[in-house]
Design a protein around this ligand. Sequence first.
Ligand SMILES: Nc1ncnc2c1ncn2[C@@H]1O[C@H](COP(=O)(O)OP(=O)(O)OP(=O)(O)O)[C@@H](O)[C@H]1O
Ligand SMILES: [Mg+2]
Length: 259
Amino acid sequence: MSMALEVSGLTVRLGGREVLRDVGFALAPGAFCGLIGANGSGKTTLLRTILGFETAAAGRVTRDGAVGYVPQKLELAPDMPVRARDLVALGLDGQRFGFSFPSARRRRVVAEMLEAVDLLGFADQRVGELSGGQLQRVLIAHALVSKPKLLLLDEPLANLDLRAAAEIVALLKRVAGQGVSVLISAHDMNPLLGAMHQLVYLANGRAASGRTEQVVRTEVLSELYGYHIDVIRVHGRILVVAGDGHVHAHDHEHVATIP
Ligand SMILES: Nc1ncnc2c1ncn2[C@@H]1O[C@H](COP(=O)(O)OP(=O)(O)OP(=O)(O)O)[C@@H](O)[C@H]1O
Ligand SMILES: [Mg+2]
C-alpha cells in the first residue's frame, strides 16, 4: 500500500540550531496520527517542513497528493468582513480549479463542506465572531474543501473546552474514516486517545513513533518524558497522568465521573 506521507531521516536547522534530528515515520491512507510534544519541541517546524515551508538540512518527505493545513496561529480582526462561507470558499482558490470554479458548483461544494462540519447555520456569520470551536471547524472545512489526501493540523484543540475538543476529534475521526490521513499536533494527548491509531512523540529534537498501544504505556512514556507517567485505564478509557504520586482532587473527581 502506498503511504500518504513518508518522512525519513529528517533534520531541520533554524537560526543555527538543530530543531529536528533524524525524524522518521509514515502514515497510511486513513491513519489518524497524533504529533505530541511540549512547547518548543518542534511540532510546528515538522509540519511546516512537511508542507515545504522550511527546508530540511537532511532527509526527505514524500507526500502522495494534495495536503490541507490548519495553522496554529490565525490572526483575525473581529470586524473583518469575511463570513464563514467565504473562508471555506478561499480553500478552493489556489487549487487547480482556481477562480474558474463555476459559482453555482462552488456554492454547493462550500455548503456541503459547512454541513459536514455541522456549521451550515453559521455560514453567514463573520469569522471573527465565531466561538473558538466553531472557528476551528471552519478552518478544517477550509482545509478539506479541496479534497486533500493528507490533513495537517497544528494544535487545533489548544484553546477549546473538553466538549468542543471532543467534537473536533470526532469530526477528524470521521475524516480519517473517509481515507484522509490526519496528522494533528497537541501537547496533551488525552483528548486524542480514543481516536489516534499512531503517534509521533517529539523531545529534544528526536522523535519516537509507533502505534498508540505500543507507545501509550507507563514505561515507554516515562522514558520519553524523562519523569514518571501513569497510564490509567478506567471504564475502558485511558488517561495519561504525570505521576507525582498524588491524585489531585480535581483529577480524582474527573476520573470517578467518567461514564
Ligand atoms: N524561524 C526560526 N528561527 C530560529 N528558531 C526557530 C524558528 N522557528 C522556530 N524556532 C525554534 O525551534 C524550536 C521549535 O519550535 P516550534 O515552533 O516548532 O515548536 P512547537 O513544538 O510547535 O512549540 P509550541 O507548542 O509552543 O507551538 C523552538 O526552540 C523555536 O525557538
Ligand atoms: Mg507550535
